[in-house]
Design a protein around this ligand. Structure first.
Ligand code: SF4
Length: 503
């Protein structure tokens, strides 16, 4: 889930955008290239560029089309590519001069040469590329102010077959790997630009055990060589990581501090229908604790609206989430992106609500295009809205925070002999002020959690502090989407330096 305008720090995004920086690296050397991340700074509609390239995800399609139409009306040559263009080419074909489907790396030289010569075609298909040909992204051109962490992609694809997953529809189930040397080169580049937090933008980072261990060993050695100014990594994995203790240990040693896991639902019938087989018959709470004990925090994805879900699913999920040692949980409605097996099935069953209804799906959990099977659409939206508010009610969040701090980093040695107050620097002071703007219950939550955090070692305090930041981001997002208004508006504050350097 993309969190935009993070807790009022002006326009901000959690991660930099890899697609634009990669395309910039593929452009001919004699082209003047500028990158615009429209999430951070709205596109300059009067720009004098000859060629406008546009990329985006399914949830960004409306803005992509709007920009494309505008620049074409000004006589610019508009090229559209990326995930949405590949998943639903019919939706963008008429809005661009050149459509690029699938991965661009291996056709970029021909594409740019033909644009230069004026002999370009209406459509190109890059297929699936060999990642050993990946260029180092042009982060030097990227507007970094406002991005909280850099991005490196070490693989594409995932061998699982979750029915709703557009990743495998776009990049495939055969996972392809970037050579370790190239990965380290990209990390060196981001490090030299000042990044100390890097998201490894893989679809499933650890699913190929041997390869993951080889890469983690290299990351561990790299990070050791950069001590004490080390990089903190985050990524996405599947729950089966918890079965491999050696892998977890290597992740911790390499500096992996956060993983996102698609937990989805405790309803096994829904898991079966969705073909999320890796989660069936697993004691999720127990497996998550194994990850936490290594000092790796977990963020969990939860989905409601599967075909096995009836109107009781909201209470079932609330009770399930309550017991998880996971403060940050993204709760959302099941969505069927174009080209997924779920989309095809629901089209056949007449259960796709509207083709253009996914606008804002990144930032609004109640946005969906499905018609649920065992409840009405209105029941789904009302139940989900209630669930979101229950999951982030101050008392519920506080209980999950305590579970988290109890489980997190039990490998961390030498707990303090008595309470160790959490140092209130400028960052925590701003956070405290933001909590009090949400409402009195949230202000009390913050105060109580600070007191409880003082009972834990410093490393756990730092990890807990990040969870507080995420709570603020999430409530801010719920406010923006109208799901749960906050009491007093949070003013935007421009950071004096790139957010990834603020601690
Ligand atoms: S585990 Fe994640 S990336 Fe892999 S198929 Fe399932 S949803 Fe997609």
């Amino acid at each position: 889930m993309e969190v935009v305008a993070a807790y009022g720090l002006g326009n901000a995004v959690v991660t930099t955008d890899l697609a634009t920086a990669t395309v910039a690296a593929l452009a001919p050397k004699d082209w003047r290239v500028e990158i615009c991340d429209d999430r951070l700074t709205p596109a300059d509609l009067d720009h004098d560029a000859d060629v406008i390239g546009i990329t985006g995800k399914v949830s960004q399609h409306e803005r992509m089309v709007e920009l494309a139409d505008h620049f074409r009306s000004r006589g610019k040559l508009v090229v559209i590519g990326g995930p949405y263009a590949s998943l639903d080419p019919d939706a963008v074909r008429d809005h661009c001069d050149i459509l690029v489907r699938n991965e661009i790396e291996e056709i970029a030289a021909v594409l740019f040469a033909e644009i230069d010569a004026g002999t370009w075609k209406r459509e190109y298909d890059g297929g699936k590329v060999d990642l050993s040909n990946s260029p180092v992204p042009r982060w030097d051109l990227y507007p970094r102010r406002g991005a909280m962490s850099g991005v490196v992609q070490t693989s594409r694809g995932c061998p699982f077959e979750c029915e709703f997953c557009d990743v495998i529809a776009y990049v495939g189930r055969k996972q392809r790997h970037k050579p370790v040397g190239l990965v380290i080169g990209e990390i060196d580049n981001l490090y030299s630009l000042g990044y100390r937090a890097i998201f490894l933008a893989d679809d499933n980072f650890t699913v190929y055990r041997r390869r993951a261990k080889e890469l983690l060993t290299a990351l561990r050695d790299w990070n050791r060589a950069h001590a004490p100014d080390r990089v903190l990594f985050s990524t996405q994995v599947s729950i089966d990581i918890a079965r491999d203790d050696e892998m977890l240990e290597l992740c911790a040693e390499a500096g992996l501090r956060n993983v996102f896991i698609g937990i989805e639902t405790p309803n096994e019938e829904s898991l079966r229908i969705a073909k999320k087989r890796q989660n069936i018959g697993v004691d999720i709470g127990n497996e998550v604790e194994k990850v936490l004990r290594k000092g790796i925090a977990v963020s969990a994805g939860i989905i409601v609206g599967f075909d096995g879900d009836g109107p009781d699913i909201f209470d079932i999920q609330a009770q399930f989430i309550e017991k998880l040692p996971v403060p940050f949980v993204t709760v959302s409605a099941l969505v069927a992106p174009p080209q997924t097996p779920l989309y095809a099935r629901l089209v056949k069953e007449g259960r796709i609500a509207k083709s253009d209804i996914l606008k804002g799906a990144d930032a609004t959990p109640t946005v969906t295009n499905i018609i649920p099977k065992n409840m009405s659409y209105d029941e789904l939206i009302a139940g989900l809205s209630r669930l979101c508010r229950e999951v982030y009610a101050p008392a519920t969040f506080e209980r999950r925070m305590i579970r988290f701090m109890d489980a997190y980093g039990s490998r961390i040695k030498n707990p303090p002999p008595g309470p160790t107050p959490v140092p209130i620097g400028k960052g925590l002071g701003v956070l405290m002020e933001r909590f009090s703007r949400i409402g009195p219950a949230e202000k009390n939550l913050f105060t109580r959690l600070l007191r409880q955090m003082s009972m834990y070692p410093r490393d756990i305090q730092m990890a807990a502090r990040l969870q507080l930041t995420r709570y603020m981001q999430l409530r801010h997002m719920y406010d923006l989407s109208g799901l749960w208004p906050i009491e007093k508006p949070i003013p935007a504050v421009r950071s004096a330096k790139p957010i990834h350097q603020v601690n």
